[in-house]
Every structure is written in C-alpha cells, then in structure tokens.
Design a protein around this ligand. Structure first.
Ligand SMILES: [Zn+2]
Length: 73
C-alpha cells in the first residue's frame, strides 16, 4: 500500500464581494442592549460609547465577521 501526498499551497483572504460587519453587545448581566451588525465599525464604537454615557455600562463584546475564501496558489 502506498500513499501519495501532494503538498498544495493554499491562501485565505476576504471574499472580494463581501464587506466585514461589526456588532457589539453590552455585557452587563441586566442589560440586553446591542449594536445590530453593520459595515460601519466606527459608528458601532460610537454607539457603544453613547450607551456607556447613558447607562454607565462600559464592557462590551465586539464581533467582526467577514466572508473568507480559500484558493490554491
Ligand atoms: Zn448596557
């Protein structure tokens, strides 16, 4: 029995037709506030700071999501 292993180099990158989206949620246990997914990451951060200004809640879970594509080099 023999096995042929072929090394093929791959690369991963953001899919050209996609834009990254940003979202955030307040981690205060009594608060369900969140930023809906948006392509404007700066605005998402501003929304968080405004939430802190209104409520004093200052800890957020932030998420950035994009679509990746793997291709053979
Ligand atoms: Zn909050």
């Amino acid at each position: 029995m023999s096995t042929v292993l072929r090394f093929v180099e791959h690369q991963i990158s953001r899919h050209p037709d996609s834009e990254p989206t940003f979202s955030a949620r307040c981690l205060n246990p009594d608060c369900g506030w969140s930023v809906a997914p948006t392509t404007d990451g700066e605005q998402a951060d501003v929304d968080c700071m405004e939430h802190t200004g209104r409520t004093g809640h200052g800890i957020f879970g932030r998420r950035c999501e994009d679509v990746a594509v793997v291709t053979r080099k």
